[in-house]
Design a protein around this ligand. Structure first.
Ligand SMILES: C[S@@+](CC[C@H](N)C(=O)[O-])C[C@H]1O[C@@H](n2cnc3c(N)ncnc32)[C@H](O)[C@@H]1O
Length: 351
């Protein structure tokens, strides 16, 4: 045994435990509005933060100390205040910032809550239906992907699909398949006021929340959300069909793409956005986000897919090559990667 290597693994796991603990503290701060209170009111002592939030100062002292130790807050020794610098506020306090991640971090609550059920699934091989996940998974998924979609969907990804933005601007039809809480459908309806926007998802709770969100955004009459399977929505000649971080969650992704091919106008496009992954598995293991993505895949994507008819589970790190093969089998003749972010690869499929 190499003692240095043992020590290295101990430090590796301590680092991972610290990350998990800090994520739990971020979820707490997000839930209690502590980052927003610090961002809005400026540096504060525990008593000042307690006065701003109505929370107990003794608990706040521990939270503030942990967040300072974690490096998110700066402790000002001269006046005993804690500062949330603007750069940290962009990640932790400002839900509209493209760098906002505190919301996505809350997804880990759902994974911890699901360990018992998942351990049983490992023993039986059975799937876990999406709707039986902890609600933190649904909310965390929405909040993890929303900043990237807000920053890029209608400003970069759709403009990268020749002709599509013009068609939507002229009143074209777009379907968001596996729409979740409706984030992308709402962005589409806002960006293309003439377009007819449809959101489909087989998860009742998600469709209800999507309808509420559209109502709150004043778009309730412009977007139609329906509880339908990825193979069951009307094949109505859509100009654009989106599958955003959804294809790998489906039990039969081949059938979903074959249906999209049928449902598409002859010169329409399918936009498939998938978690960023390299086709080369060994290389992918070196991707800095791979450990997080394989965890997401283990806790939510793979069990969700295994619970569905078809039972194919691509996994969240299948890579663009796997989508290319499925697309060709589904009758798409053109396939192109049009963009990439640290989180996503963006793929265009054409008949
Ligand atoms: C990871 S979430 C992504 C949601 C949304 N597109 C987003 O990016 O925020 C995957 C979504 O696919 C939906 N889904 C999974 N299997 C489905 C199926 N067979 N038909 C329709 N929707 C499905 C789930 O209910 C969930 O809302």
């Amino acid at each position: 045994m190499n003692i240095d290597l043992i020590e290295q693994h101990v430090h590796g796991l301590l680092g991972a435990m610290t990350g998990a603990a800090t994520t739990a503290m971020v979820a707490l701060g997000d839930r209690l509005g502590l980052y927003r209170a610090l961002a809005a009111g400026g540096p504060a002592t525990e008593e000042e933060l307690a006065a701003r939030t109505g929370l107990a100062p003794r608990y706040l002292r521990e939270w503030l100390s942990q967040q300072a130790a974690a490096g998110f807050l700066v402790y000002q020794a001269d006046d005993g205040r804690y500062e949330l610098p603007a750069e940290a506020a962009a990640v932790l306090a400002d839900e509209a910032s493209p760098a906002f991640l505190a919301g996505g971090a809350t997804i880990t609550r759902g994974w911890f809550a699901g360990i018992d059920r998942l351990a049983e699934a490992f023993r039986t091989g059975a799937g876990i239906p999406w709707h039986e996940q902890d609600p933190a998974v649904f909310d965390g998924t929405e909040r993890f992907f929303r900043p990237g979609y807000t920053a890029s969907l209608t400003t970069e990804w759709i403009p990268a699909l020749p002709g599509v933005a013009d068609r939507l601007a002229a009143g074209g039809r777009v379907a968001d398949v596996g729409c979740g809480h409706g984030v992308a459908a709402i962005l589409l309806a806002r960006a293309y006021p003439q377009a007819r926007v449809y959101g489909y998802d087989f998860h009742d709770r998600s469709i209800q929340i999507a309808r509420e969100r559209a109502g709150q955004a004043g778009l309730g009459d412009r977007i139609r959300f329906e509880r339908l399977d990825a193979t069951g929505y009307p094949a109505d000649g859509f100009d654009l069909i989106c599958l955003l971080d959804t294809l790998h969650d489906l039990g039969d992704p081949a059938a979903a793409l074959a249906h999209a091919r049928k449902a598409l106008a002859s010169d329409g496009a399918v936009l498939v956005v998938e978690p960023n992954a390299a086709d080369d598995y060994t290389a992918n293991l070196g991707n800095p986000l791979a450990a997080l993505s394989y965890a997401a895949s283990t806790f939510q994507c793979t069990p969700a897919a295994l619970a569905q008819p078809g039972g194919v589970a691509l996994g969240a790190q299948a890579g663009p090559g796997a989508v290319r093969e499925l697309a060709a089998d589904a009758g798409f003749s053109r396939f192109r990667q049009v963009a990439q972010t640290p989180v996503n690869v963006v793929l265009e499929l054409r008949p």
